[in-house]
Design a protein around this ligand. Structure first.
Ligand code: HEC
Length: 139
């Protein structure tokens, strides 16, 4: 019988469980994952307009095809990653009020305004219920 060891093993598990619960509250419960995704335009107006409307800090200005053209050539993924992680004077745009996919929609919105042909990124597979959405996510 090794029952003498069991209470302490149980205590460690309980501690771990508490730590996991705390972590969950601290990192996950900030955004409402079930709200409908915002459009690229809504995200732009809420979070990107401050710099991209005027070209502040060297930001490629909304509607300025010349400023956007060389960036568009790098491809949608590269632009999306730049927006999520930050680039130069632009801080990371991920981790705020919007999901990563919503930041991607804002990138599509801004590039479409200057003749870009990028499709909006699809919602994450877990959130997709329609078969067409699942098919798009699986591509
Ligand atoms: C604090 C000002 C600021 C905000 C807010 C901001 N940006 Fe930027 N953004 C910049 C600047 C400055 C650059 C140019 C960075 C460089 O090339 O050095 C830039 C560049 C970009 C680029 C081009 C990246 C590349 O790889 O060339 C994209 C795409 C972009 N921003 C998207 C967004 C989106 C989407 C939002 C809103 C969710 C946003 N930005 C919010 C300042 C900002």
């Amino acid at each position: 019988m090794t029952s003498a060891n069991q209470p302490s093993a149980g205590a460690v598990d309980a501690e771990k469980a508490v730590a996991q619960r705390i972590q969950k509250v601290g990192t996950v419960a900030i955004r409402d994952a079930n709200r409908p995704l915002k459009s690229g335009e809504e995200v732009y107006k809420a979070q990107c307009v401050a710099c991209h409307a005027t070209g502040k800090a060297g930001a490629p200005k909304f509607g300025d095809a010349g400023a956007w053209a060389p960036r568009i050539k790098t491809g949608f993924e590269a632009l999306w990653q730049s927006a999520l992680k930050g680039k130069g004077a632009m801080g990371a745009q991920a981790g705020g009020d919007f999901e990563d996919v919503e930041i991607g929609k804002a990138v599509a919105y801004m590039t479409t305004a200057v003749g870009g042909k990028f499709a909006e990124p699809a919602a994450p597979a877990a959130a997709a219920s329609a078969p067409e959405a699942a098919a798009t996510a699986a591509k």
